[in-house]
Design a protein. Sequence first.
Length: 751
Amino acid sequence: MSRITLHFAAVAALAVAGLAATPGALNDGPILGFTAEGSQQQRALEARFDSHLNANQLSEWNKQLSSRPNHVGAPHTRQNAEWMAFQFREWGYRVSIDTFQVLFPTPVTRVLELVEPYKLSVPLDEPVLRQDATSRITEGRLPPYNAYSADGDVTGELVYVNYGVPKDYEELERRGISVEGKIVIARYGGSWRGIKPKVAAEHGAIGCILYSDPRDDGFWQGDVYPAGAWRMEQGAQRGSVADMPTYPGDPLTPFVGAKANAERMPREESPTIMKIPVLPISYAAAQPLLEAITGPVAPESWRGALPITYHIGPGPATVRLHLKFSWDLQPAYDVIARLEGSTYPDEWIMRGNHHDAWVFGAADPISGLVALLGEARSVGRLAATGWKPKRTIVYAAWDAEEPGLLGSTEWAEHHAKELNAKLAVYINTDGNSRGFLSAGGSHSLERFVNQVARDVIDPQTNVSVAERLRARRAVHHHEVSADDDLSISPLGSGSDYTPFLQHLGIASLNVSFGGEGDGGSYHSVFDSFDHYSKFRDPGFAYGVTLAKTAGRMTLRLANADVLPFRFTNLAAHIARYLDEVTTLVDEMRKDTERHNAMVRDRSFALAADPKEPFVEPKAKDPVPHLNFAPVRNALSELERSVRRYDDALSERMAAGGVAAERAQQLGQILIQSERVLTNESGLPRRPWFRHTIYAPGYYTGYGVKTLPGIREAIEQGHWEEYYDQMQKLTAALSRLTGTLDRATAALGNGG
């Protein structure tokens, strides 16, 4: 047995044990939102749905769609959009291609030179590999670059800043090292890439170089491409560095869809375009730059896997970074396909996956896109037999996701009024590979996700994807949620759910499989069909599994008698997030007291290495007492309303379901249950983000901050701001309480 086979066998054994301990793991009882009779009909429908899915077809589509460069504005990107629109029409959908004109800079000049202590022109491009058929396609291909970097021609000493996140600059400050007027070099990891130049610029750096260290993404992890899946030495990670935690989408049209006639701000006024030049390079290109840096040896946690001693600097390594971009508007093509609902046509269930890529994009995003297409084709086959969903199903293939969620954001902003009235749930997918179910999103859908996961079989272990995930979490001691449900993750950002969940307040999910198909092709020329089909999901079995999982979510939401929101899990998560915040305050207070005691005792100075620069830390301001009582009281009221709603709904469904008139009224109330958790004024300094429970962190990017208003106020020591945000969170919880009370009343006593 190989190591992988042994791992699968061990996980399967754990999962089978879990099946014995968890009744109904392959659930044949009532489906959430359905009566007993309706559940039987739904499961029969899902069996027919599964029968139309075909792994070979997903493979063929992936090869076709990833055969040419797919960046924003590329000819093949438009061809793919038109091909998908044709397919959707053939499958019975009403289809449109919604076009936006978005700012998409592409490189004109890319120069990186080491000028001291010796001259070196740094190589910036990726090689052709005979084992990778598409790597030889260079016509129309974008080279490695960071979109929304500033233009610039700067020369400065190099400083190595590890991952380039705020805590790394705290380490530099303790050592008396400044990046003012310097160019920083940071390794990918630790946060979203756009945070690195943002923090560097805040500290006075004039340029930023990014590279993938082989410890994180290369030979330290496994064999490199083409022998293995990991990033080869000349591979580079492209990507956007727009300040998406401020707002995603077109940098020139916040809050407004970027149609051709949209009013645009001047480019120099956009807060999301980076203020310094930024360039990604490979670890082969980074090695001589890092070797030329002297100064203090980097802390152990900063050291990568290159065969060098990692120094911090500054200098004597000095580099010239010269970048210039086109700054053109390019068309973004969103493919939108609708299947009208028979009973509640103005309640929409939406599925989305983007179709643009940095180069070919076989893994990111096309592996998820072909699963969506397989799902849509199968649903179309069902509709061709006369079946119709109760609610309208909308499929979307988004363009311009990679530069900063442009296609989905512009579409959501442009259609915000209609979406606010009609869209019940948005379900997102992106890249996919073999392994374990990953699900994140609105915790009001957590129980729903768990039930779907118990009804889908993992193709490698022959147990449910829920039980395989449960086995993994048991091994790694992960938590479960209310009533032994598996927790789904809160969402930060990084894919197309962001405008729906965090701007419009639409209940959302993000779903994929992964963990056994890792590799280093991300945002490189080697994100190709050859790489994906060999290492990520050979045979596309997990493409079919993703289609089965997301397809059941879509069909159940579209067909349910009552939308399957359950709020017990949501209330439990909010309580846990509140506990985390109060613990954060306690820990900050203790750390501040400990720090100030060490300042008084000169402990820092006595412990410092006399051979290295040292700056005596200053005393910190004390952490005040914060009153959490109002939000805890609001949470208690919410928990009572949740119990009343759940009890009333269970009673009504057990008695035969909800009458059509009441179901329609209830649906309109439930659609608003996520909306009421938003705050119209948004978060401090970034009003586009309106959700009071979930947001990307201002300094984490993709990483989520739960209860973001109060959490970030505390982390940044903005104590007056904390009280303002606490009041807004309290008001949001109270609005949800009122919404659930109305939902309970809508259930009535007479069916």
